[in-house]
Ligand binder design. Structure first.
Ligand SMILES: [Zn+2]
Length: 335
């Protein structure tokens, strides 16, 4: 059974008329989940306690976001990141809903889960909102799983086209949360070079896979097979969280990659299959993805695989940067 949070309430984070991170994103994704689908358990959104947000974020940050959300105007927390009246509440709902799905997955009530929530989270650092993100949903859920659910090791896989600098910041000196990211590079936000591997004492527990533009399904499959799989087997996570951004899609107006909707489903299949072997549930959380049709189609294909459908077969194709990434990671992992 796939647990899903998808609810029109997430449209209430109003970013203005022309922002790419628009309410229509979750509206489109919502059409994927048909009422009465026996493979899907729809879960109501849950508001995070402020104490849960504080597992990751400073009180100053929490209060700044709260104060920025006032009636009648838009407040920018950085050049890209807009708040309006309900944004604080919806950001609490996004983080809380992801926590709820993680709780259900860890308890075995569902096999895996998809949180179609916004605002996204992976650029939010402990002290700053940035890149459309207010609170780091995935980081909050990872901390909650460790603090309250008896999970000892969390793997975060981030296939958004952007590097999740906020998530990296949260766990850079930690060995109990491993952050793996594939991303376009150089690109916003500028972080995520392959030599950023973790702080002293936690080297190897941040795995950055920076990629030049125009990589497609075959290149991503080669990367995930050669790097993610051996890391995942050696790390033995008790929970896998996926920062599921779909802006590496060929049709995306912001990213410069060439993934197809099938390609995302193939990556999801690879993650799900290997997590299952490790006995770890997988919870996907929506990050980017700005072409509405591509976003909806990609989520549909991913959810089909989550429901037990056959993952699309993609033939891996090697490339020069992959050899460089493997050379760095071979210092830490059996890649
Ligand atoms: Zn992104």
């Amino acid at each position: 059974m796939v647990g899903v949070v998808s609810d029109p309430v997430f449209m209430n984070h109003d970013t203005g008329g022309y922002h790419p991170e628009s309410p229509m994103r979750v509206h489109y994704v919502h059409t994927v989940f048909e009422p009465g689908d026996p493979g899907i358990l729809m879960v109501d959104p849950v508001r995070a306690d402020e104490s849960d947000i504080r597992l990751v974020h400073s009180k100053g940050h929490l209060d700044r976001v709260r104060r920025a959300c006032v009636p009648g105007r838009y407040v920018s927390l950085d050049p890209d990141t807009v708040c309006s009246k309900d944004s604080f509440d919806i950001a609490l709902l996004a983080a809380g809903s992801l926590i709820r799905l993680v709780e259900m997955a860890v308890a075995g009530e569902i096999d895996c889960a998809f949180a179609s929530v916004r605002p996204p989270g992976h650029h939010a650092t402990p002290n700053e909102a940035m890149g459309f993100c207010l609170f780091n949903n995935v980081a909050v859920a990872a901390e909650k799983a460790i603090a309250s659910l008896g999970v000892t090791r969390v793997l975060i896989v981030d296939f958004d086209v952007h590097h999740g600098n906020g998530t990296q910041d949260c766990f850079y000196s930690r060995k109990d949360v491993l952050y793996f990211s594939s991303h376009q590079y150089p690109f916003y936000p500028g972080t995520g070079g392959m030599h950023e591997t973790g702080a002293e004492g936690a080297r190897g527990y941040t795995v950055n896979c920076p990629l030049g533009a125009r990589k497609g399904d075959g290149e991503f499959m080669a990367l995930y097979e050669r790097v993610l799989l051996p890391v995942m087997r050696a790390f033995e996570p008790g929970l896998v969280l996926v920062s599921a951004g779909f802006d590496a899609h060929a049709m995306d107006p912001i990213g410069g990659m060439q993934l197809s909707s099938r390609g995302f489903a193939a990556l999801a299949g690879l993650i799900l299959e290997n997590a299952r072997q490790a006995g770890a549930p997988v919870v996907f959380s929506l990050e980017g993805g700005y072409n509405l049709d591509a976003l909806r189609d990609s989520v549909r294909e991913v959810v089909e695989v989550m429901k037990g459908g056959q993952a699309p077969k993609v033939r891996p194709s090697g490339f020069r940067e992959l050899d460089d990434i493997c050379e760095v990671q071979a210092r830490y992992w059996p890649v």
